[in-house]
Ligand binder design. Structure first.
Ligand code: HEM
Length: 402
């Protein structure tokens, strides 16, 4: 009987090895799979046999289909044998389905208003200029991750949540510890605990005296303190590493493609498109995972209830059926429809903020330092291989003094 239900082709494991010499390309195996079978059987580290989706249309279809659940406790981990996953923590809307998810999503969407985004744009401009000034004073070489790519999103999350100025240094110290690769486990855990405690205290303070920021607004909703603290933690977790790596790895990609860099420098109107194309080309947040709630026919295959589906957004974003000449960074192309922010009900909540940050910070950096270049050979830039969010650990850059 086992034979009869055996998969038609050998299940694969999730490819993670990127081609040497190109820090921007996904593992080559993903392209082969996408070509052969955009929905393939996949063996998970715990022995589960589920699925791996690599084609743009099939990845998008799963993300859009409510029969695929985001509930963490229903999933098998695609990269590690860590046993049964616990349900999402309170306030973590990434790991729940409608209607619980809808309640959080509605409350939060209403807080990402046009007015708030406009105010945040002004703050990104100020914060960006301050950090460029500091870099200029210090002189090259500097590590762009530490000097620019990390502090900008961290400070923007402070703006969004309404972390008071006096607390920013503590807040940033803990987030830096969390984001730095070299720090030991104990220090990481201590920083995480300190941040959670900090967020909890912040929620209580805002309850007592509401302020005009996202957390302050939400204290007037029916969310509990625990939910608010969890939401604060989620925004922090979702908005920092992702944006920081888009800024740093995006700069690395531009410096590695001089013709594209020149195009962006000479045509500032290209910035919006450039951001979308960098999102497509780099796809730093990958993969997404879902679990089938019932038997589902898709792409000529039968996905059984309870099976986990891993969605390779990086493979989808390099699908030649959707994006011609997909492995070329082309800032002039129309990259709309990329899945770098996901798709469907869980599509990135912070995407407008992330876009504002990239849209402002990338061109500002290039304008301030017209001779910006890597300070080490490209092969020596340490890549975030095997991390949740791909990118670079450090990006040593330098420039000519005026
Ligand atoms: C969801 C990517 C910035 C908050 C997501 C998802 C992706 C993503 C791919 C969907 C995951 C899934 O469906 O499983 C990114 C990238 C960013 C970025 C690449 C930077 C360039 C931000 C920022 C914030 C944020 C700045 C917060 C201010 C969230 C939240 C969710 C989410 C709360 C969950 C939404 C839900 O479950 O309904 N993001 N993100 N993200 N992102 Fe982002």
């Amino acid at each position: 009987a086992a034979r009869e239900t055996a998969p038609p082709t050998e299940p694969v494991t999730l490819p993670t090895t990127r081609p040497t010499g190109c820090p921007f390309d996904p593992p080559a195996e993903l392209a082969q799979l996408r070509e052969r079978q955009p929905l393939s059987r996949m063996t998970y580290p715990d022995g589960h046999i589920g699925w791996l989706a690599t084609g743009h249309s099939v990845v998008r279809a799963v993300l859009a289909d409510p029969r695929f659940s985001s509930r963490q406790e229903l999933m098998h981990h695609p990269l590690a044998d860590i046993g049964e996953l616990p349900p999402a923590t309170v306030g973590d809307m990434t790991g729940i389905d409608a209607p619980e998810h809808t309640r959080y999503r509605r409350l939060l969407m209403g807080k990402f208003t046009v007015r708030r985004m406009r105010e945040l744009t002004e703050r990104v401009e100020q914060i960006t200029a301050e950090h460029l000034d500091a870099m200029e004073r210090q002189g090259g070489p500097v590590d762009l991750v530490e000097a620019y790519a990390q502090p900008i999103p961290a400070l923007m999350i402070c703006e969004l949540l309404g972390v008071p100025y006096a607390d920013r240094e503590i807040f940033q110290r803990h987030t830096t510890t969390l984001l730095t690769q070299s720090t030991d486990q104990e220090a990481q855990y201590a920083a995480l605990t300190a941040l959670q405690e900090y967020l909890h205290a912040l929620v209580l303070a805002k309850r007592a005296e509401p302020t005009d920021d996202l957390l302050g607004d939400l204290t007037t909703s029916d969310l509990t303190d625990e939910e608010l603290t969890g939401i604060g933690g989620l925004l922090l977790a979702a908005g920092l590493d992702t944006t920081a790596n888009m800024l740093a790895h995006g700069t690395f990609a531009l410096l590695s493609n001089p013709d594209q860099l020149a195009a962006l420098r000479s045509d500032p109107d290209l910035a919006d498109q450039a951001v979308e194309e960098l999102m497509r080309y780099l796809t730093v947040a990958d993969p997404a995972v879902r679990s089938a709630l019932e038997d589902i026919e898709l792409d000529g295959r039968l996905i059984k209830a309870g099976e986990t589906v891993t969605l390779s957004m990086q493979a989808a974003n390099r699908d030649p059926q959707k994006f011609p000449d997909p492995d070329t960074l082309d800032l002039r192309r129309k990259a709309t429809g990329h899945l770098g922010f996901g798709h469907g009900i869980h599509q990135c909540l912070g995407q407008q903020l992330a876009r504002v940050e990239m849209r402002v910070a990338l061109p500002a950096l290039l304008t301030r330092f017209p001779t910006l270049r890597l300070a080490v050979p490209a092969e020596e830039v340490p890549l975030r291989t095997g991390m949740n969010i791909y990118g670079v650990h450090r990006l040593p850059v330098t420039w000519d003094k005026e």
